[in-house]
Ligand binder design. Structure first.
Ligand SMILES: Cc1ncc(COP(=O)(O)O)c(C=O)c1O
Length: 408
């Protein structure tokens, strides 16, 4: 093809792309699926100043994953500031593996009572890494229907057979495994489900995995730090160890208050991830300052202060649930910091979130595809640092602000 022809073809393709993007954008607007970001100007505990076209405003945050308030803990912030280097300068396997990274991996393994841990840039990348490194086209990955998007994407990346069972149904997981007897089988579940807040039936899943010769992988992004003795998460609450759950995901961006992640567990599997997991190999290592902050966070979480924070979080959860019940609000059956208020309709969920904002509360509306169709919700999250008055205030605001369909 001549140069002029190629240019015309490119221009036609580019305008097709523009048209497609514009069409999808108006479709999203029509069905209340547009996503938008709020810019946070300042944070002061659970108070956030957010940017607004009319006037910036302070909101009480009820949608962060900072379950213990560690993102602003003086020791965590001081550790971050004290680290000497802003960046790691390369991937772990070239020259980016800092002494703070090495120390953090040892501290994680010691804390979680597993042989080894391996750092990743984020929980999303860690999940891609685990599934891509362990599974191939002859293998199967069986997952809960409500697993996090990164587990789903990881299975797709691995190119294995991918089967999903109805939420928390261990028997159905067993049937899926039985239907795929060949190759390696990995059963993967969130420990605490990110949008529903309930805890996976880990005991039953361990039994099913054993019965079918599969390995269980638990993504404990929302359990670690917040649940279990010493904050060891949902696996610890269930009384399980590395023989039952050979690998688990720990994220640093939620109860630990920072960012990044690690996979913790069996030494041989971890070594295999180090050698082969592309989302770990071909990327810059976390900033050493972030490793220092996570070390400080783990120190707090494991110690007496961690117990105090978890107790406070637990009493906030109880206060919220009892208060919701007394006010006639129906919550999902979650006993964790994630307390979703199911609305159903996207526009209604948005309208309720916006009305709450007018009263000074920030509870984000979560809509499909993050949650299944027809199950839009307010994902209300609690922190150890909320006060009783703040929780009661949110509950009162929820009752005074019935969702008004179509007003979004
Ligand atoms: C269950 C679960 N797994 C993994 C992730 C990804 O973790 P990260 O935010 O560190 O990428 C999230 C984050 O929202 C999550 O909720």
């Amino acid at each position: 093809m001549r140069a002029g022809g190629r240019l015309r073809l490119r221009l036609r393709m580019r305008s097709r792309l523009t048209e497609r993007v514009a069409a999808l954008q108006s479709q999203r607007a029509l069905v209340h699926r547009e996503r938008f970001r709020r810019t946070v100007l300042r944070r002061d505990g659970v108070h956030c100043e957010v940017q607004d076209a009319v006037a910036n405003r302070w909101l009480l945050n009820f949608c962060s994953n900072d379950y213990l308030g560690l993102s602003q803990h003086p020791q965590v912030v001081a550790a971050l500031r004290a680290a000497q280097d802003a960046g790691s300068t390369a991937s772990h396997l070239v020259c980016g593996h800092d002494a703070l990274h090495a120390e953090l991996e040892v501290a994680l393994a010691d804390w979680l009572q597993v042989p080894r841990a391996l750092l990743f840039g984020s929980g999303y990348m860690a999940n891609l890494a685990v599934l891509q490194a362990l599974l191939g086209k002859d293998d199967v990955c069986v997952q809960d229907k409500l697993n996090h998007a990164s587990l789903i994407d990881g299975a797709r990346l691995a190119g294995c057979a991918f089967k999903r069972y109805p939420h928390a149904d261990a028997d159905a997981a067993g049937r899926q495994l039985a239907a795929h007897p060949e190759g390696v089988a990995l059963l993967a579940t969130d420990g605490v489900f990110s949008m529903d807040g309930d805890v996976a039936p880990l005991h039953a899943l361990v039994d099913v995995a054993r019965h079918h010769g599969a390995s269980l992988y638990v993504d404990d992004a929302h359990g670690i730090g917040a649940l279990g003795e010493g904050g060891r998460g949902s696996v610890d609450v269930a009384g399980l160890d590395v023989d039952d759950v050979p690998l688990r995901l720990v994220t640093f961006g939620k109860a630990l208050g920072g960012m990044g992640a690690a996979v913790a567990g069996d030494a041989a599997l971890i070594e295999h991830l180090l050698q082969t997991a592309r989302p770990g190999i071909y990327t810059t290592a976390l900033p050493p300052a972030q490793a220092a902050a996570t070390l400080a966070a783990i120190h707090i979480v494991r110690g007496d202060e961690g117990d105090v924070l978890r107790d406070r979080l637990q009493s906030n959860i109880t206060r919220f649930r009892v208060g919701a019940n007394a006010r006639g609000l129906t919550l999902l059956p979650s006993l964790t910091a994630i307390q979703p208020l199911l609305i159903g309709d996207d526009a209604e969920a948005l309208a309720l979130s916006q009305a709450l904002e007018q009263q000074g509360y920030w509870a984000a509306a979560i809509r499909p595809p993050t949650v299944p169709e027809g199950s839009a919700r307010l994902r209300i999250t609690l922190s150890a640092t909320h006060t009783s008055e703040q929780i009661d205030g949110l509950l009162d605001a929820l009752v005074q602000t019935p969702p008004s369909p179509g007003s979004a």
